[in-house]
Write a protein of this length. Structure first.
Length: 264
């Protein structure tokens, strides 16, 4: 008798399995690694919604709001002067920068994750290569599609374009009400999205199912870079950094400007 070879699962069905039946999805990806579809959906979707965000963003409002958040206390004359200066800056600069930053940022994160796990594989000899881990990094990011949809809804509900970047993703912990008073911890915990935590959980699950190591060891290996980043962020916050934005008065016919400083 001939042994029937299992038929490959379609891309959209595989994406659904990642969300609902991750064991089935990771078994399929272990045999047939791929990455193009999730890369298009997640990186392309994020870049698209960020492009949309910056294309409708009220730039003068955004910059003025940023200046107030930095702790400055500008006068009305200084604000008007600053807005006049901002009018000379093409909105396309913000749009293109935001689009490229979102797209390249996600790809760089995937490359770093895959590179890190490839190094671990080289040290442990589990037989997996960079392509396998890049596949896992992209497919475990599928939950980010919920954040993309959430950001699109936020933009639709705010046609004036007066939306802060921290308010864009409704699934961020800070927007869901997780606050620590006036503590700087909010700057570290607040931007973390539920979909990012979901992605980390899937990454641990996928690693565990592929290498057949204990849950404790798998969790420690996968989350080590994130733990180090969080520790570094909390360490920076404990040093009491001060972000200051000050206005420079015009002298000698100059237009003046702003000064941004970060002190530790």
């Amino acid at each position: 008798m001939f042994r029937q070879t299992p038929q490959p699962v379609g891309g959209l069905r595989l994406a659904l399995n990642v969300l609902l039946e991750p064991a089935t999805a990771f078994a399929e990806l272990r045999e047939r690694p791929s990455w193009l579809l999730p890369a298009i959906l997640v990186a392309g979707g994020t870049a698209g919604v960020i492009f949309w965000y910056f294309s409708i963003l009220d730039i003068p409002w955004f910059m003025e709001n940023l200046l107030y958040q930095g702790g400055a206390d500008p006068t009305e004359e200084q604000i008007e002067q600053f807005n006049e200066q901002m009018e000379s800056v093409s909105p396309q600069v913000f749009v293109i920068t935001g689009f490229l930053g979102a797209c390249l940022g996600i790809i760089i994160i995937w490359l770093l994750q895959a590179g890190y796990l490839t190094l671990v594989s080289a040290l442990t000899g589990d037989g997996f290569r960079f392509g396998n881990w890049f596949c896992l990094a992209t497919w475990t990011a599928v939950p980010s599609l919920f954040s993309i949809v959430g950001m699109a809804i936020t933009i639709l509900l705010n046609p004036s374009g007066q939306i802060g970047q921290m308010e864009l993703d409704p699934l961020q912990l800070g927007n869901l009400g997780l606050q620590f008073g006036d503590s700087p911890v909010n700057n570290v915990i607040g931007p973390i999205s539920l979909t990012y935590l979901w992605t980390l959980g899937l990454l641990v699950y996928g690693y565990h199912s592929w290498v057949r190591r204990s849950w404790l060891r798998s969790t420690g290996i996968v989350l080590l870079p994130q733990a180090l980043l969080l520790a570094g962020a909390f360490g920076l916050m404990s040093m009491g950094p001060e972000f200051n934005v000050s206005f420079i008065d015009a002298e000698g016919g100059d237009n003046g400007g702003i000064s941004v400083t970060l002190s530790l």
